[in-house]
Design a protein around this ligand. Structure first.
Ligand SMILES: N[C@H](CCC[C@H](N)C(=O)O)C(=O)O
Length: 303
């Protein structure tokens, strides 16, 4: 039995998308296999090119999205489950949700889609190749990030593993550090100790950001992701985290409504209204294909 998939990316943050109707015996094992950057999914897996971008389609992915479409509602809904390359599940993913919305829009013809994520229900609007998704209100509250038990103050401009960071939850936990130039940072060297620091009992995604000098509120971004355990070409919850922390620290006007964020994979727009954020950026369908099924999970009797 084989499993049909489609491959999407949002600003270079790429996902294998699988209809939840497909029988995938063990989602963690499946994600570990298909996301592998050396021999995970690729166009030759029975792949049929959709629209090829300028870059050759990549091997593997930053995550797997299992989408259960409920097309009878207006707008249509989809339950989104992100399973990461290490087999873990994350509550939210900004770029993944934008890809999920595009997938649901292609199947239903709708230009608005409601996505049920573990971080809450999010409305997405699809306009050609741009998708905007509600991201909720970023929270600095210690129990929301979450921070280590017993902490009752937000973690703002504190040194963690030698780096001054601020912690915020934008659907998943993030640590944000402002630096002079993101390209000068050795992220693989700097990030793991912050990602695993005791103050983050569930771990954290680690972002470095530097202000662009073009007058507008704009930042360059690089993100090391939990679950990928490495750098990705873009991170949507990370872009919102950078914008929210920049507002809190006065690096942009505290009430700045629009902040642009430039990860290596492109441009993301973050907009705030009444404390709630939304995220806009391009989404592209790369290819589709079929892969052989992965093994069944362990049975209780074998444990
Ligand atoms: N790339 C995602 C974030 C995935 C979340 C994840 N890496 C975690 O918190 O474990 C984004 O666009 O928001």
């Amino acid at each position: 039995m084989s499993i049909e998939f489609e491959k999407f990316h949002g600003t270079g943050n790429d996902f294998v998308v699988v209809d939840a109707d497909e029988y995938v015996p063990d989602r963690g094992a499946f994600a570990r296999e298909v996301c592998d950057r050396r021999d995970g999914v690729q166009m030759t897996d029975g792949g049929v090119t959709a629209e090829q971008g300028e870059d050759p389609p990549s091997v593997g992915a930053d995550g797997t999205l299992f989408l259960a479409l409920e097309p009878k509602f207006s707008p249509p809904r989809a339950v989104m489950t992100l399973v990461q390359p290490d087999g873990s599940t994350a509550a939210m993913c900004g770029n993944g949700a934008r890809c999920a919305a595009k997938w649901a829009a292609e199947r239903t013809g709708a230009d608005t889609v409601m996505l049920d994520t573990q971080a809450g229900t999010r409305r997405a609007e699809i306009a050609d190749d741009e998708v905007t998704i509600e991201m909720g209100a970023p929270s600095f509250a210690p129990s929301d990030v979450p921070l280590a038990e017993g902490r009752d103050e937000p973690l703002v401009r504190e040194t963690v593993a030698g780096v001054e960071v601020t912690a915020v939850n934008t659907g998943v936990p993030h640590a944000v550090a402002f630096v002079e130039d993101v390209d000068e940072v050795d992220l693989d060297e700097l990030a793991p100790a912050i990602r695993h620091a005791e103050v983050f009992p569930e771990g954290a995604n680690v972002n470095v950001a530097s202000r662009r000098d073009d007058g507008r509120p704009a930042f360059d971004q690089r993100t090391y992701e939990r679950g990928v355990e490495g750098e990705t070409r873009a991170c949507g919850t990370g872009a919102v985290a950078i914008a929210a922390v920049a507002r809190r620290l006065g690096r942009v006007e505290t009430d700045a409504e629009a902040v642009e964020v430039f990860p290596p994979g492109g441009r993301l727009g973050v907009t705030f209204r009444g404390g709630r954020a939304s995220l806009t950026g391009p989404v592209e369908r790369e290819f589709e294909g079929e892969i052989a099924s992965t093994p069944e999970p362990w049975r209780v009797s074998e444990a």
